[in-house]
Design a protein around this ligand. Structure first.
Ligand SMILES: Cc1cc2nc3c(=O)[nH]c(=O)nc-3n(C[C@H](O)[C@H](O)[C@H](O)COP(=O)(O)OP(=O)(O)OC[C@H]3O[C@@H](n4cnc5c(N)ncnc54)[C@H](O)[C@@H]3O)c2cc1C
Length: 385
């Protein structure tokens, strides 16, 4: 996939039947697992295997590589339904999709074997782009790749790598030719057990079932055949697809948070009536309902634009608008739910604090609020730096 040419999905399914299947999967495989994983801050690998067995890994990948060759719309449905149960385990398929697409679309047969194993549930992938000094500014990636015969030698530090310490293989963005700026970068498929790769978990208050890691690369030798014909441009296009998935993730979470807050406002009595009888509470929830409707339309509009096959440059505005709105809305809704919970809201007896904590990540990943506003301003032709 490049900015201008894109493969259109070959297959389609009945959306409602597919949604029912994803909902049943989430009830069966996420519900019994996520709380323990959250307490332990430990990824339950068997969940990835279950997702693969259910056919939910590689939804977007061509059938020739073992995938379902469906569209972004189906990926969004899958993630939304999973996120209704837990927004964190829902990102497993998302990460596999982004890393797997790099391998599928820009790789050789060597990489395609990794994709087949990933879809079969035997090779968990991670995406390693971010560094301590290259977060929003991906162009500032410093990890170096130096050619040495038929190998490359990688050195650097990656940070916030989801599943970095759990995966089998990570797609690592490194600088192959410093004189070429952002054009002098390539991805490498690096196995986690390669000598010189070390990982350490970053302890966090949110996103705990699917932890992030620091990944240290010290003199890591990677064969030339593991280098991908893809770098900065490919991941920027990939981020645009990931942003639709992220919107679907928070669309799922906000519905659960809103439904909980509405139920609580109906049953919690103060001054002899439900707290939802007060306009100050009821209006927050009415606004939340409108936010969900708007979020749904923006998310699935962006997904449909992807599936229509138009060039990525023509859908950036739709994608960033969806990502910005949904991540702002989930923040509002979960904060309102926490507030409606009162003192009990911050206790472990209600789910409000857990939901609000998880939503704190929404504004940050795959391009923060400010980065989306910057993208939108540029798309509007404003001379924004
Ligand atoms: C839970 C989690 C999972 C993640 N998973 C992965 C992963 O799997 N792989 C991976 O590679 N990365 C991953 N990341 C990294 C994520 O993409 C970065 O955190 C993100 O890009 C922001 O980078 P940063 O945290 O360094 O913040 P910074 O870039 O330092 O930003 C800090 C603040 O400054 C603002 N800011 C920055 N630049 C500008 C500007 N030009 N104008 C205005 N404001 C600006 C930002 O909006 C933000 O509010 C993950 C992060 C988290 C939290």
């Amino acid at each position: 996939m490049t900015a201008d040419t894109r493969r259109r999905p070959k297959n389609n399914v009945d959306g409602e039947t597919f949604r029912d299947m994803c909902r049943a999967f989430a009830e069966r495989e996420i519900k019994p697992r996520w709380q323990q994983a959250d307490r332990d801050a430990k990824f339950p690998r068997e969940f990835y295997v279950a997702a693969a067995q259910a056919g939910l890994i590689g939804l977007h990948t061509p059938e020739s590589l073992g995938g379902a060759d469906l569209g972004v719309t189906e990926e969004a449905i899958s993630i939304e339904e999973q996120a209704k149960v837990n927004p964190n385990l829902a990102i497993v398929a998302l990460i596999q999709g982004v890393a797997g697409s790099l391998l599928a679309e820009h790789g050789s047969e060597v990489h395609h074997r990794l994709v087949r194993e990933n879809i079969a549930g035997t090779r968990l992938l991670a995406l390693a782009v971010t560094e301590p000094e290259a977060g929003s500014d991906v162009q500032n990636v410093k990890t170096s790749a130096r050619r040495d015969g038929d190998h490359w030698v990688l050195d650097g530090i990656k940070s916030f790598i989801t599943l970095g310490g759990d995966c089998d293989t990570m797609t690592v963005l490194a600088r192959t030719d410093p004189s070429q700026g952002r054009h002098g970068m390539h991805f490498f498929a690096v196995d986690r057990d390669t000598p010189g790769v070390q990982t350490s978990q970053i302890k966090a208050y949110a996103n705990r079932p699917v932890p992030t890691y620091r990944v240290m690369l010290d003199n890591v030798r990677v064969p030339e055949e593991r280098r991908l014909a893809a770098g900065f441009g490919a991941i920027m296009a990939g981020f645009n697809r990931e942003r639709v998935m992220v919107a679907a993730r928070w669309l799922g979470h906000m519905q659960t948070a809103l439904a909980w807050a509405i139920d609580y406002a109906k049953v919690r009595q103060q001054f002899g009536k439900p707290i939802g009888a007060n306009q100050s509470i009821a209006f927050k929830l009415a606004q939340g309902h409108v936010d969900v409707q708007a979020a749904r339309h923006l998310t699935y509009h962006a997904a449909a634009r992807w599936d229509s096959g138009v060039p990525v440059k023509d859908i950036i505005l739709d994608v960033s608008s969806a990502k910005l709105f949904v991540t702002q809305a989930v923040y509002r809704i979960t904060q309102d739910a926490l507030h409606i919970g009162g003192g009990w809201g911050i206790t472990e007896e209600l789910p409000a604090m857990r939901m609000a904590l998880d939503a704190l990540v929404a504004p940050v990943t795959v391009g923060s609020y400010e980065i989306q506003l910057r993208v939108i301003a540029k798309q509007l032709g404003l001379p924004c730096d």
